[in-house]
Design a protein around this ligand. Structure first.
Ligand SMILES: [Zn+2]
Length: 456
């Protein structure tokens, strides 16, 4: 190593001389050259270190801890690491309790749940695949790091990591639910705070029945379908602030996105809310659009919570009344809508609903009356969820903008044209995405435990 390091130092200095002589090169050229030159030394250091770790790993079963029998050595395994291909020789033994052959060193190195990639490369595949299509991810990875992973391999590795992430999530969620302090002890909380929960859903295109496209088309069915992704976010109201430009920001918030239906969301969101301080909250507020499942979930899981209809959605329903009354006359519609929306926001929903009922009473029977009647029912149903004046007085959000903007970001990844997902595959990738967003990436890849660069 020392000899190679000395040789590298010489090569690097020589590189600098070449760099200075070549007038058209900028620092980028030098950076690339240093990277190229040092790669082999780093690879060697990693390989030596890995082999030493292997040699010091005791021959016990990594699953149950029982000493292995029939141990033999020198079983070679090659895998890709950040600096290139490594080969190690490790021992194998039989665990009588598990009745399985074991390679304890694979677990010690973090190679147990991979097709042949080091933990750092596993992480790269997982992160990139959750952010962009795999063909792009493969090219970006090679361009930025020199690690070569063909798209199909990268996809497989990312999904494997995603499946692992789902297991970790289940364990974490169970732990969160068990650890919840009951009963709540408000005297332990310095400042009482409200917990805000926002819910939303969007759908992704998916192909259910691979290989049956032709057969299905003959039957007049399209093989692709849209499937719902349920999402939620939760945060403490006292952690919501504003940027200098007036844009609302939330310093810490939990995010959940799942393909496992409303029940999946309910359980995952509950665990997330507990991790974010639900147990100590003085009150809970659920905000969403008018979708029925949102209020059912709230009644079911967050019984004590207040409920609020997203203000923007309420205004859209007011506008629907306006269109029924004024048709395409935009000017009339606007001058009718503006004061009403203002009243809804700053005064009381009771007055607004009363006005709508009065309008309906005066309309002759017909299409317009039918349309208005539908909206009146909507407002009657949600009347108690439209306390926008109180919301503003308490500094609470009147809409579900935080979850909607997160959905838009995530949708970009999952809604690219020509992409089809399987339910399993989506859930694995969504799971990776939530670990990243929630700042818990290090739970999947513990080598990040000191520097967690993932952000909320
Ligand atoms: Zn065992």
């Amino acid at each position: 190593m020392a000899v190679k390091a000395a040789r590298l130092a010489d090569a690097l200095e020589e590189g600098v001389r070449v760099f200075l002589a070549a007038g058209e090169q900028n620092l980028g050229d030098l950076e690339m050259q240093i990277e190229r030159e040092s790669r082999e030394l780093m690879r060697l250091a990693a390989e030596k270190g890995a082999q030493k770790k292997v040699d010091s790993t005791p021959p016990v079963c990594p699953v149950c801890g029982k000493p292995l029998s029939r141990v033999t050595g020198d079983h070679a395994r090659s895998f890709e690491c950040k600096f290139g291909s490594l080969t190690i020789k490790r021992s194998r033994g039989y665990c009588k309790r598990c009745r399985k052959w074991r390679f304890p060193a694979d677990t010690a190195l973090g190679l147990a749940e991979t097709a042949g990639y080091s933990p750092r490369v596993q992480e790269m595949a997982a992160l990139l695949a959750s952010k962009m299509p795999v063909s792009e991810a493969s090219a970006v990875l090679e361009h930025l790091t020199g690690v070569k992973l063909p798209p199909a391999t990268l996809d497989r590795e990312a999904r494997r990591q995603g499946e692992r992430a789902r297991k970790v999530r289940r364990q974490e969620d169970e732990r969160a639910c068990q650890a919840s302090p009951k009963p709540v002890q408000p005297e332990l909380v310095l400042e009482p705070y409200q917990m805000i929960i926002q819910l939303d859903a969007w759908n992704i295109r998916e192909r259910d029945e691979w290989g049956r496209t032709g057969a299905l088309r003959k039957l007049g069915q399209e093989p692709e379908r849209w499937h719902w992704v349920y999402t939620g976010t939760c945060f403490r109201l006292d952690q919501r602030g504003k940027t200098a430009g007036g844009r609302p920001v939330i310093s810490e918030r939990g995010f959940v996105a799942t393909r496992e239906g409303i029940e999946g969301l309910r359980e995952q969101l509950h665990a997330e809310a507990l991790r974010r301080g639900l147990g100590q909250a003085a009150g809970v507020l659920v905000i969403g659009d008018g979708a029925v499942w949102i209020w059912r979930l709230a009644d079911d899981r967050f019984k004590e919570a207040r409920q609020r209809l997203d203000f923007y959605h309420a205004v859209q329903h007011l506008a629907a009344v306006g269109r029924a009354l004024f048709g395409e006359d935009q000017a009339k519609l606007k001058s009718w809508l503006r004061p009403l929306a203002h009243q809804l926001k700053h005064q009381s929903s009771v007055k607004v609903v009363a006005q709508l009922e009065e309008i309906l009473a005066q309309l002759p029977a017909g299409a317009a009356a039918q349309a208005v009647e539908k909206e009146v029912h909507y407002f009657q149903e949600h009347q108690d969820r439209m306390d926008y004046r109180t919301a503003r007085r308490r500094g609470e959000p009147i809409g579900s903008g935080a979850i909607e903007s997160t959905c838009r970001q995530t949708q970009c990844r999952f809604k690219r044209p020509g992409q089809y997902w399987s339910r399993q595959g989506d859930e694995a990738l969504l799971c990776l995405e939530t670990f990243w967003r929630n700042g818990r990436w290090h739970l999947l890849f513990p080598h990040n435990r000191k520097v967690d660069l993932s952000k909320n």
